[in-house]
Each structure stands twice: as structure tokens, then as C-alpha cells.
Design a protein around this ligand. Structure first.
Ligand code: GAF
Length: 393
């Protein structure tokens, strides 16, 4: 039996049927927004640097109806046994406790802050984006809500602002101090493309990324070591980067030149030196990977840069985990052209660039390595670069 498994599709009719059952009404429409994997450029987004994500085929689907009042009712097939959570929008404040509902209601809060017209919503959700795996299930949730609210109330926003509503929900209402990469990837994804994002300018270059056409696969190997960005480690890394920039007298680590990196970083104490070195070199690797992909070169050539990025996250930024390191090493030993952890870290997924025929042996090697190390059995699927948040019906 194959170890590389395609996650089950979301049954959109079933989401609509569930909406009718819960709210005794028809939804006004159905929207979807994807999770993402980041090819390279980790923890660079809140330093003004570059990132290179793709939107996944795995997504969150929302059947939504506009209400005449300020109440949001939101139910998910994947949490709380599908029971709706009810939140009154005028009572939503920074620092409030809303559990997972913080992501959808936070979007309403963020829209109100921008003085956009906001009403309540009834929402029924389902998702096949793995939760706690570093694949941006939270961005899929906030962005599907932002897209639906925007369409229903005619907000007429550009994609970057829709993504920013999702980021505000995550930062201010869910309490996770993230950058903007995940929400931009979820809103702006394009099939068979990767997005080179300049996170300072907030500009996106869509780069052709059609691996199947080159006989390649991008495997996502989920370690099942759960992570979250609402705990202290992510915030601590962000704080270290700000501290390093301050000591170096630059606005953000983006402004540290790569050419004189070693001498510039000598001014920092060892820990901050390592943190800054990761950010500056990983942002530079994004540009190198993007350059290789746009030059029409063989995409296999990006492999070593992916693996270098992993080493940098492991040794300098210290955000990998033993289970994740074991999977990365196993994938390389089994013939992957390159492999790295993707996402915020402290667990989550490894991505591995493999020749199509190596997909199964690499998956097998990862399962065996996890067993040897006493780690959870990983699950493996193939990442397919897909479209961003959109109305389905
Ligand atoms: C998480 C965050 F949400 C992103 O903004 C980014 O910082 C990423 O970790 C690390 O690259 O996904």
C-alpha cells in the first residue's frame, strides 16, 4: 500500500447540508481558502525579508450567510463536535478569549478597526488542512472568513488587505505574533506557481513552479510533533531579531548586507549573531531559489539550498525538533534532492524535493527513521501548488 496518500477531499455539498441543519437557512455562498507550504525563507517575513510559499490543494471550506445583527455563529466539522460557537462582535477585544473562533471573529474586529461596514455571519466550516502541522490551517480559517465577509459586504479590498485582515485577527485577537506570509499565500496562491514575496514592500512575484512537468514531487512529511505560535518560542525569536536589528542600528534584519555579514555580526553576542545569521542568509536563499526557478534551470538545483536552510534553522535559529531533524536526514539519505522543515517550527512538517519515482522510497525511509527514533509515525502527501482564497458557489 502506498505511503504517499492524498488527503480526503472536502465534500462541499455536505458542508452546505450541515449549514442548513445548524441554522435552518440557506447559505448566501460557499468560499474556500488554502493552507500553504513555504519552500524557503523561514522567520524572514517579520524581518522585512523574502519568502517563497505555495498555496496547497488542502483548504478550508466555509458556507456563509450574512446576518442582520452583530452576532457571529461559527461551527467546524473538525472541532468541538461541530457545535457552533457564538460571539457578539461588539464585545470582541484584544486579549479576549475566543479559542479557535478568534480567527473568524478577529477578521470582523479587524474590519471594524478599518471602519468597514460589518454585520454578523452564520458560518459552517470543514477543512482538510492538517492542524498544528505548520501548514497554516489558521490562515486558511481567517482568510476564508475574510474573503467571504468582503464579498458579502462589498468591501472591495485588494488581496493584500484581505490577507492583512487575517493577520490582524491572528496577531491581535488570537494572540500569535506572526508575520504576513501565511495569509498572503492563502489569499494570493496560484496553481503551478510559487510566490516570491518581498514582505517589506508587500509585493508578490508569481514564479512558475510546475514540478510534475519536470518529473518531480514535493513531499510533505508530517512529523505529528504539534506546534503552536501562541506559546513563547515564536515570540522569543521575533524579539531576538528586533534586539539584533536594534544593536546593529538597522531598521530590520533585512537591512543587514549579505556581503559583509561576518564582520557586521561580530558586533553581536553569540546567540543574537546566530539568530541574525539565519534570517539574513535564509532571505538570500529565497532570492537564489527564485532565480534558479525563473531561469528555466532544472528545479533539482534548488535542493542543496533547501537543505542548507534546514541546517540554518537547526543550528542558528534553533527551531527544529529531533523528530523533524530525523525525517529531514532520512529523506536526504533516501535520495531527496533537498529537504527542510517548513513553517514556524518546533515540530510540524518536512518538505522533500524528490524525483517522482523516489517518492515512495523516501516516504518509507521516513517512516522507518521515525520508528527507529521512537517518534510518531509520519504521514506523507504530495504538495500541489494551487489557487488562493475564492468563492466556490
Ligand atoms: C509562521 C508564521 F505565521 C509566519 O508569519 C512565518 O513567520 C512562519 O511561521 C515562519 O517563517 O507560519
Amino acid at each position: 500500500m502506498s505511503l504517499v496518500r492524498t488527503p480526503a477531499e472536502i465534500d462541499v455539498d455536505a458542508v452546505v447540508a450541515r449549514f442548513r441543519e445548524l441554522y435552518d437557512a440557506e447559505p448566501d455562498g460557499v468560499w474556500a481558502a488554502p493552507g500553504r507550504v513555504n519552500l524557503i525563507g523561514e522567520h524572514t517575513d517579520y524581518n522585512g525579508g523574502f519568502v517563497l510559499p505555495i498555496a496547497l490543494a488542502q483548504h478550508t471550506v466555509a458556507a456563509v450567510r450574512q446576518r442582520a445583527d452583530d452576532t457571529v455563529r461559527v461551527a467546524s466539522a473538525t472541532v468541538d463536535g461541530g457545535v457552533p460557537v457564538t460571539v457578539e462582535l461588539p464585545g470582541v477585544t484584544e486579549g479576549g478569549e475566543y479559542g479557535w473562533a478568534a480567527y473568524p471573529v478577529g477578521v470582523g474586529w479587524a474590519a471594524a478597526q478599518r471602519e468597514l461596514p460589518v454585520t454578523g455571519l452564520d458560518i459552517a466550516l470543514d477543512s482538510n488542512v492538517p492542524v498544528g502541522a505548520g501548514l497554516s490551517s489558521s490562515a486558511a480559517l481567517s482568510c476564508v472568513t475574510a474573503r467571504a465577509w468582503s464579498d458579502l459586504l462589498g468591501w472591495d479590498l485588494d488581496d493584500e488587505t484581505v490577507a492583512d485582515l487575517g493577520r490582524d485577527a491572528e496577531n491581535k485577537i488570537a494572540g500569535a505574533p506572526t508575520g504576513l506570509m501565511d495569509q498572503l499565500a492563502s489569499v494570493c496562491g496560484r496553481a503551478a506557481h510559487a510566490m516570491q514575496i518581498d514582505t517589506r514592500a508587500v509585493t508578490i512575484e508569481q514564479i512558475p513552479f510546475d514540478l510534475p512537468a519536470c518529473g518531480l514531487s514535493l513531499l510533505v512529511i508530517d512529523s505529528h510533533t504539534e506546534h503552536t505560535h501562541t506559546t513563547g518560542e515564536y515570540a522569543e525569536r521575533r524579539h531576538s531579531c528586533q534586539e539584533a536589528a536594534l544593536r546593529l542600528g538597522v531598521r530590520e534584519l533585512r537591512d543587514v548586507p549579505l556581503e559583509s555579514l561576518a564582520t557586521t555580526l561580530d558586533k553581536l553576542p553569540p546567540l543574537l549573531r546566530r539568530r541574525a545569521r539565519h534570517v539574513v542568509t535564509d532571505s538570500a536563499r529565497v532570492e537564489q531559489v527564485a532565480q534558479l526557478l525563473t531561469s528555466g534551470d532544472d528545479p533539482r538545483r534548488i535542493g542543496p539550498l533547501l537543505s542548507e536552510s534546514h541546517a540554518s534553522m537547526r543550528d542558528d535559529f534553533e527551531i527544529t525538533a529531533p523528530s523533524v531533524d530525523a525525517l529531514q536526514e532520512a529523506a536526504l539519505a533516501a535520495g531527496a534532492h533537498g529537504a527542510r522543515m517548513t513553517g514556524g517550527g518546533f515540530g510540524g512538517c518536512v518538505i522533500a524535493l524528490v524525483d517522482k519515482q523516489q517518492a515512495e522510497p523516501v516516504a518509507q525511509a521516513c517512516v522507518a527513521a521515525a520508528a527507529d527514533g521512537g517518534f510518531a509515525t509520519p504521514t506523507v502527501f504530495e504538495a500541489v501548488a494551487s489557487g488562493g482564497a475564492a468563492r466556490l458557489r
